[in-house]
Design a binder for this molecule. Sequence first.
Ligand code: ADP
Length: 377
Amino acid sequence: MHRIATTLHEKTRIVVKIGTNLLTDKLSGLNHDRINSLARGVSHIQSLGYHVAVVSSGAIGAGVAARGLKERPMTMPEKQATAAIGQPILMEAYEAAFRTQAITVGQILLTKDDFVNRARYLNARNTLAVLFENRVVPIINENDTVAVEEIKLGDNDNLSAMVANLVEADLLIILSDIDGFYSDDPSHNRHAELIPIVETITPRIEKQAKKSGGGLGTGGMMTKIQAAKLCTSAGIAMIIANGSNPRVLQEIVSGECRGTLFLPATHRLNVKKRWIGFVSHPRGSVRIDEGAKAALTNHRKSLLPSGILEVTGVFNEKDTISVLDVTGNEIARGVSGYSSAELAMIRGRKTDDVETILGRRAHGEVIHKDNLVLLSK
Ligand code: ADP
């Protein structure tokens, strides 16, 4: 049996995401045994000195059972009403399960705005830090009752990766109804094989990740691979393992678990860089030449006006922008030192000429290296 071993240190923050299929039964509501074993697992890893946050789906599932519905609701208001009914039932189940482990839980409901708006992002981060210091386990879910389609993060796989980023976690554990990531969806292909370690998320890996094979799950492996991309490029390891095993968390921290480990592509980034690279929305882009690309990717230099070929979009100084290579692939994101109008004037020009062209005092870099995040391929 393959074992996944990760190097964890004291104060390591671990985010555990638990999927709908594991938590809810089609119509009978929440699976309390599973919530109890999750609480035991979290208690075990907390006793080793790690901080743990849980990202949990299941509000709609719990609401469906409470309302005695035969099907999951289809319309947005019905879904949101069902989530409003189910969320406290879900929390009650967590509260009871963790109380038997002498652990207090706290509820955090997030929307996309809480990540995109930097002030709210830092605020959420500070709240979570206080909960961690007090050994409280935050139970996090998307705020389904207020989030309309346009402002939704959509699925809890991506939410859990954003949370792992927000709390500067070292590890995200995604518990699903399957042992890990396979070469193909095992519910359709019985020759599919478990892939124990993914070092780089190649286009092939992305192709192998299919949607959910059935049940109540939503994103399947596709959203889990998106989550893995986000985590690994921010320097966070990710594990997919089978949450039907009641001792899965204990086995993961002792390196005895079967599953898939996604290795981080870089060292952990600081909070500002995480926000620039993975949370804020680019307002525009610059396309750069090969020389500038090499300076950024091989020599970790700042981006200068001389390497810029083209400016797209309308943005202000200090907005986040995408950096594209000659072929249009996004290779980095960063905070622009200039507006799009100014960049259009100085693109391709020497740094020394910038002040003369703009008629004002200006620093040389278009994106300073401290405000630049390279995206892994
Ligand atoms: P959860 O609620 O745990 O997020 P999902 O149903 O969304 O569960 O995702 C897990 C499902 O993804 C698996 O049960 C499987 O049917 C499907 N799947 C698609 N492609 C793959 C793959 N390459 N490896 C493993 N599972 C896959």
